[in-house]
Design a binder for this molecule. Sequence first.
Ligand SMILES: *[C@@H]1O[C@H](CO)[C@@H](O)[C@H](O)[C@H]1NC(C)=O
Ligand SMILES: *[C@@H]1O[C@H](CO)[C@@H](O)[C@H](O)[C@H]1NC(C)=O
Ligand SMILES: *[C@@H]1O[C@H](CO)[C@@H](O)[C@H](O)[C@H]1NC(C)=O
Ligand SMILES: *[C@@H]1O[C@H](CO)[C@@H](O)[C@H](O)[C@H]1NC(C)=O
Ligand SMILES: *[C@@H]1O[C@H](CO)[C@@H](O)[C@H](O)[C@H]1NC(C)=O
Ligand SMILES: *[C@@H]1O[C@H](CO)[C@@H](O)[C@H](O)[C@H]1NC(C)=O
Ligand SMILES: *[C@@H]1O[C@H](CO)[C@@H](O)[C@H](O)[C@H]1NC(C)=O
Ligand SMILES: *[C@@H]1O[C@H](CO)[C@@H](O)[C@H](O)[C@H]1NC(C)=O
Ligand SMILES: *[C@@H]1O[C@H](CO)[C@@H](O)[C@H](O)[C@H]1NC(C)=O
Ligand SMILES: *[C@@H]1O[C@H](CO)[C@@H](O)[C@H](O)[C@H]1NC(C)=O
Ligand SMILES: *[C@@H]1O[C@H](CO)[C@@H](O)[C@H](O)[C@H]1NC(C)=O
Ligand SMILES: [Cu+2]
Length: 572
Amino acid sequence: MGLKVNIPNSIVNTLPIIFSLFVFLIIQIAEAKIHRHTFTIKSKAYTRLCNTKKILTVNGEFPGPTLKSYRGDTLIVNVINNANYNITLHWHGARQIGNPWSDGPEYVTQCPIRPGESYAYTINLTIEEGTIWWHAHTQWARATVHGAFIVYPKNGSSYPFPKPHHEIPIILGEWWKNKNIMDIPENAKKTGGEPAISDAYTINGQPGFLYPCSKPDTFTITVVPGLQYLLRIINAVMDEELFFAIANHTLTVVAKDGLYLKHFNTSYLMITPGQSIDVLLHANQRSGRYFLAARAYSSAFGAGFDKTITTAILQYEGVSLTDELNQNPPVLPDLPSYNHTEAATRFTTQFKSLRSGNVPLKVDTHLLYAISMNLLNCSDDKPCNGPFGKRFSSSVNNISFVNPSIDILQAYYRRIRGVFQEDFPRNPPTKFNYTGENLPFPTRFGTKVVVLDFNSSVELVLQGTNVLASDNHPIHFHGYSFYVVGSGFGNFDREKDPLRYNLVDPPEETTVGVPRNGWTAVRFIASNPGVWLLHCHIERHVTWGMNAVFIVKDGPTNLSRLVKPPPDLPSC
Ligand SMILES: *[C@@H]1O[C@H](CO)[C@@H](O)[C@H](O)[C@H]1NC(C)=O
Ligand SMILES: *[C@@H]1O[C@H](CO)[C@@H](O)[C@H](O)[C@H]1NC(C)=O
Ligand SMILES: *[C@@H]1O[C@H](CO)[C@@H](O)[C@H](O)[C@H]1NC(C)=O
Ligand SMILES: *[C@@H]1O[C@H](CO)[C@@H](O)[C@H](O)[C@H]1NC(C)=O
Ligand SMILES: *[C@@H]1O[C@H](CO)[C@@H](O)[C@H](O)[C@H]1NC(C)=O
Ligand SMILES: *[C@@H]1O[C@H](CO)[C@@H](O)[C@H](O)[C@H]1NC(C)=O
Ligand SMILES: *[C@@H]1O[C@H](CO)[C@@H](O)[C@H](O)[C@H]1NC(C)=O
Ligand SMILES: *[C@@H]1O[C@H](CO)[C@@H](O)[C@H](O)[C@H]1NC(C)=O
Ligand SMILES: *[C@@H]1O[C@H](CO)[C@@H](O)[C@H](O)[C@H]1NC(C)=O
Ligand SMILES: *[C@@H]1O[C@H](CO)[C@@H](O)[C@H](O)[C@H]1NC(C)=O
Ligand SMILES: *[C@@H]1O[C@H](CO)[C@@H](O)[C@H](O)[C@H]1NC(C)=O
Ligand SMILES: [Cu+2]
């Protein structure tokens, strides 16, 4: 006769659930890695192009430190401002779900960190994987305050391509020889003309072989024949799209903006400011030395730009770097000419998402934003060094964005009135032949936003204009990635163009180059509550007002609401 122990059925049934919950928690604890970093903003002297000057840096490094993490990790970056300028940092390509407090753009999601102050940013990574980057989001500080941000696949999973033997971040930058970069936007505003044009582009901080004084310091990659290298290329340049190539080497494009693409081979890239492109380099050429090179793709005809070429050296192991380099320099790659819009288009139209089937098919909200250059009249206190004796300006739907004196996010969260208006136009206020011959016209100034319902499905058509000059505008979204479902030249046609959309495997991106004199249609689900900036990533256009802001309302659950502001949030 045995003793019968009665365990209620309900407990028996829930035991496996409790057990698996327990295992799940253990795994979560084991996997939820938190990385802590300290970024100290300080001035440091650097010598480039035979001239020494002070620049703003993080921890004295230029380019700044590379952040490394795994998919889904959390980073806490404590930023200590030991410089004489206000600063904020932006984690470019990180979605910051529900947490715009750590997104960075000054006066949009936070007040600046003033000299002597500090602020800890929290970055909860979610779907990002690949190369993203970080940069300052105050005035022009990002010219030197920037760095790579690498997100590896989760421990236990792998790249959707053969594991490369080595990886090398390639940060493309821009250098002004004699100018204090922090004075450039202020000076341009004073004159109404163009901001000072740079003297060099850089690869990982070095202008390279073709500029005076930089031969010995040219950035060099040494490769072993037969191996594969993952180049994580970031365009951190302020004002120009770039063509990039490596002599005699075909590159395999595998990802863009921290999102995987279907692989394709190419002899050159066109990369806009704000974009990051991951490519595989196959060291499969004759042993020797080859140049990596980049120069401008400048689509705005007539606009002044830096016409120089930056280079780095790719050399096969065993080839020694000696004086011979001077007599027998490596060959330059064939780069498309500065104004080769067709080459730019041929490259970008090859982007396709690695995976299909995630594109929103129905659209709740249609938006059409005309992005434009403009000219303003001068007044006594505002001289006019722009074209036609006027001042440069730029706009989205004829509004030149003006920074408020406290950030929009705080005003929204604390319901402070009078900081922004919710009547940003959802279509251009005046219809015209956007890409036709237009006389330049003025704009209105404003701090206006579009409010979107949580989880609504949005299609935004970005329409370039030919007002004053048409240009390729790299439009970057904060808080979101989007599917680039269509793109073309001329004016967007609401009847015909959607018939040619790619709704199967369009690329998912966070910065898209809207073609010169053309349009781009993007779709996304407004599932990230908060205040989010979208803007051109050409800095002079930002300075003139080419910004817009979305507010996405809170969703119905705790996880779809804005998190609380952190206690150390800077005040204005
Ligand atoms: C980041 O994620 C962790 C774990 O899910 C969560 O506890 C925390 O609130 C998140 N922080 C922010 C700022 O979103
Ligand atoms: C990945 O996981 C394995 C086994 O759990 C562990 O030994 C290893 O240290 C982890 N690697 C990293 C980089 O976290
Ligand atoms: C590299 O390509 C150029 C033509 O673009 C060719 O003249 C040269 O011989 C090639 N060099 C090597 C080492 O293959
Ligand atoms: C790209 O080139 C590499 C090396 O030359 C080759 O192995 C690969 O198959 C090519 N990939 C595509 C998608 O054409
Ligand atoms: C590019 O510039 C060259 C030289 O200025 C000019 O001859 C050519 O027509 C231009 N190409 C395009 C596509 O505008
Ligand atoms: C700008 O100046 C032009 C003449 O140069 C004048 O016709 C126009 O009314 C002015 N616009 C404004 C808004 O003052
Ligand atoms: C717009 O202007 C362009 C260039 O002048 C012209 O080719 C086109 O036909 C115009 N489109 C319309 C709809 O008027
Ligand atoms: C833009 O706004 C300015 C100032 O109100 C106005 O003069 C101009 O006609 C507007 N242009 C368009 C295309 O809406
Ligand atoms: C948002 O929409 C998706 C797809 O319709 C749905 O699965 C999800 O539950 C919604 N999120 C919330 C928080 O309502
Ligand atoms: C949501 O958050 C509130 C306040 O933090 C809490 O009282 C409530 O229980 C939460 N609701 C759920 C469903 O977790
Ligand atoms: C720095 O930020 C503070 C707070 O918003 C502001 O009052 C001050 O004008 C800013 N300084 C500069 C030089 O922009
Ligand atoms: Cu632009």
